[in-house]
Design a protein around this ligand. Structure first.
Ligand code: NI
Length: 426
């Protein structure tokens, strides 16, 4: 289908800086074919009026666990270990394949409603999430959460599940990573097996690293080094890696991340809520480490709203550094778009430009938080709540229009999620 988004303010990357420009955006099939004044020869099948609207590249959430969204607000105000091992893990053990599908669908609804078009997921049931992503029309990069010791059966089965999904999935909007969970749930031998498998299949990894004091202290005690140093020694960084959290880092850790081209997916709200601390994002950014933003799961955040996450990222690092210039709206918008496309080795997403995949979020800016229109870039990071998102286009397909998601029966998803939580938490 040919779509013309007519006369709309758009966030365009020019010389590595976002600027807001008035333009027409022409979409043909899956691609943006022109940005600027539309040619007379472009005959659209459908026109979206850009009046009082702002088009931005679809946001990219680089760390979440979509199936966990019905654990939202079920285990709050607890320590990290009480939260994970005392409350979340026992509930997870009761989940069926179908439950995880509905949890992932709820996540997709929330992400689409708040302008996210692509997400990186670590899950416990690949089929369930593949189905949810396919039914919702989103773009996703999926990994099976891998937990294992050496070559034990459980670890092997999970790795096979990750690989099977990679080889069998036919949805071109889904790509894959391998997802070793963390240094405290995967031993070094298993990490080596996973890394070798990634090399063999030309896949990257995503892993939680240096998230909590407990993790760092335990690795220090056992191996006399930091989790980041351990990963380098184990060879994990020999393949492309997206490392979630990276809250507790030494200067040497940051150098290791930089020289191995590891992307850090920061999750500020999850780290604050679980009282794990604040990642040294400014240092990472200044040292040239590719930094992106993730929400983590709705069980530890408790939203999957990238606008909220962008706001926290900017505010938090200004505050802790006592310097309001360290993290600009532009820096944060890039983390949620082009830096993420770099992390995913997918140069076709993250920007509104000719030749790119048509992943576009359109906001209704006829709202008080966007008035007066002094600086729309600032408004996106400092004023928006996320629910201004009105229309979402993914891979050239209109997934949401006038705030109505066209691909999902949202009421059915809400109902199923309420039933599941009643059953497993009784
Ligand atoms: Ni996580």
């Amino acid at each position: 289908m040919k779509i013309l988004i007519k006369n709309i303010k758009s966030l365009i990357l020019i010389n590595n800086e976002y600027q807001v420009k008035n333009c027409d955006i022409c979409i043909d099939g899956e691609k943006i074919v022109s940005v600027g004044e539309s040619a007379d020869s472009f005959i659209p099948d459908y026109i979206i009026d850009g009046t009082s609207r702002l088009a931005i590249p679809g946001l990219i959430n680089t760390h979440t666990h979509s199936y966990m969204s019905f654990f939202r607000n079920i285990a709050d105000d607890l320590s990290f270990s009480d939260w994970l091992f005392g409350r979340i893990s026992p509930l997870e053990d009761k989940l069926t394949h179908e439950d995880m599908y509905w949890g992932a669908m709820l996540a997709c609804i929330e992400m689409i409603r708040t302008g996210t078009t692509c997400f990186v997921d670590m899950n416990m049931d690949m089929r369930a999430v593949i189905d949810a992503v396919t039914h919702s029309g989103m773009r996703a990069v999926l990994s099976r959460g891998l937990v294992g010791e050496g070559n034990n059966e459980g670890g092997r089965v999970r790795l096979e599940e990750n690989l099977r999904a990679f080889t069998e999935c036919t949805n071109p909007n889904i790509t894959f990573l391998l997802g070793p969970h963390a240094p405290y749930t995967c031993d070094c031998e298993y990490l080596k097996i996973v890394t070798d498998t990634a090399k063999k299949h030309n896949l990257g990894l995503t892993i939680h690293l240096s998230e909590s004091i407990n993790e760092v202290e335990n690795v220090q005690k056992q191996f006399n080094c930091s989790p980041i140093e351990l990963m380098e020694k184990t060879g994990v960084f020999d393949v492309p890696v997206i490392a979630a959290h990276c809250v507790l880092l030494s200067d040497n850790d940051i150098d290791i991340l930089r020289r191995n081209n590891v992307t850090v997916a920061t999750n500020p709200k999850s780290n604050l809520k679980l009282a794990n601390g604040i990642a040294p994002l400014v240092k990472l950014y200044e040292k040239g480490v590719n930094t992106t933003i993730g929400t983590d799961s709705a069980a530890s955040n408790n939203t999957l709203n990238m606008f909220s996450e962008m706001n926290y990222t900017a505010m938090l690092h200004k505050g802790v550094s006592h310097n309001p210039t360290v993290m600009s709206a532009d820096d944060v918008l890039k983390m949620a778009t082009v830096n993420a496309s770099k992390a995913l080795h997918n140069p076709n997403i993250g920007q509104i430009a000719p030749g790119m995949c048509a992943d576009i979020t359109i906001l209704d800016i006829d709202t008080p938080q966007f008035k007066p229109q002094n600086n729309l870039k600032s408004a996106l990071v400092y004023s928006a709540c996320g629910y201004e998102c009105d229309t979402v286009i993914i891979n050239g397909k209109i997934v949401m229009e006038n705030k109505e998601i066209k691909t999902i029966d949202t009421q059915k998803v809400y109902y199923e999620c309420e039933q599941i939580i009643k059953r497993i938490d009784s």
